[in-house]
Design a protein around this ligand. Structure first.
Ligand SMILES: C[S@@+](CC[C@H](N)C(=O)[O-])C[C@H]1O[C@@H](n2cnc3c(N)ncnc32)[C@H](O)[C@@H]1O
Length: 289
């Protein structure tokens, strides 16, 4: 991340969600209508143009992005469900790590009793807050926590912001680990573990090198370095689960785009299988076993 700049990748993925929101038949959770108002003018105009194109416009965007559009839209559905399942079982703290332009606190039903902690790079967060002016949260409260995952661990900052580590939380870490070096990923997992009461969930997306085709790997490497958000944080499934297990998390699920499509939106228009990343869902074990 570059000091003084909001995350471009965060804008783009919010743009993909905004573009998908116009699809007829879109599942409620895929209709991220708040996203459009959080985008810079040019990205919002592109999203509007895709929406005017209906399903063919959406499919063209999906093809141009090599399936990343479907991947982002479907991962959002899966992670929305993690939040919903959490609040249904009484969780009242939702922590968004690398929140970007995530609008869950503003668009999701059922979160009225929950406090959201939005953790992000301070410049991305400042830009989002400026654009959010006038949007009322559906959540009980939204607290903003500015951190750099490369130089800070998040537990002290979250506790300062009022997170109760004696009560369970849902932590979402969506579309971020692939931008972090292994040390920063491990340090953040350890920090989450330190403030996750037993029964807390951590749901994160991660990318395996083998899921990205070789020519694309090179392109992604160059383009992401050029914008200051290097995509170098690939990790194997076995390695990630070793790290989670070592910090006291047990596996609940490890899934990928086609699984999310089957479960949430089998008729979603798409040309390619969305396999850019996986979602790992882990639960903090009780210290007694
Ligand atoms: C691709 S965006 C994903 C945003 C959001 N979670 C979503 O899915 O829409 C990556 C996010 O990670 C944040 N991020 C990347 N590197 C970071 C760092 N070193 N410290 C804090 N945040 C970081 C960016 O500010 C951005 O919000």
């Amino acid at each position: 991340m570059r000091a003084g700049h909001a995350s471009r990748t965060a804008r783009w993925v919010a743009g993909l969600r905004a573009a998908a929101a116009g699809l007829s038949g879109a599942r409620a959770a895929a209709r991220d209508d708040v996203a459009l108002s959080l985008l810079p003018r040019r990205v919002a105009a592109l999203a509007r143009r895709v929406r005017r194109g209906g399903t063919p416009g959406y499919l063209a965007l999906d093809a141009l992005t090599l399936g990343l559009t479907s991947d982002v839209v479907l991962r959002t559905l899966r992670l929305d469900d993690v939040v919903t399942a959490g609040v249904v079982r009484g969780v009242r703290q939702i922590v968004l790590l690398g929140a970007g332009y995530d609008a869950r606190a503003y668009r999701m039903e059922g979160v009225e009793q929950a406090t959201f902690f939005e953790v992000d790079f301070p410049d991305t967060q400042a830009d989002k807050r400026a654009r959010l002016a006038g949007h009322a949260a559906r959540a009980r409260e939204v607290r903003h926590v500015g951190v750099d995952f490369l130089t800070q661990t998040i537990d002290a900052a979250l506790l300062d912001a009022g997170l109760d580590r004696g009560a369970p939380s849902v932590f979402l870490w969506e579309g971020v680990t692939m931008y972090l070096p292994p040390d920063a990923r491990r340090a953040t997992i350890a920090a989450v573990a330190r403030c996750a009461a037993p029964g807390s969930d951590l749901a994160l997306t991660y990318s395996r090198r083998e899921d990205v085709s070789r020519p694309l790997l090179g392109f992604a490497h160059l383009a992401s370095h050029a914008i200051g958000e290097p995509l170098d944080g690939y990790v194997t499934r076995a390695q990630l689960w070793r790290e989670l297990d070592g910090e006291g998390f047990e596996e609940i699920e490890d899934s990928q785009g086609p699984d999310w499509a089957r479960r949430y939106w089998p008729t979603a228009p798409r040309l390619l299988d969305p396999v850019w990343e996986r979602i790992a869902i882990a639960r903090a074990r009780s210290p007694l076993g």
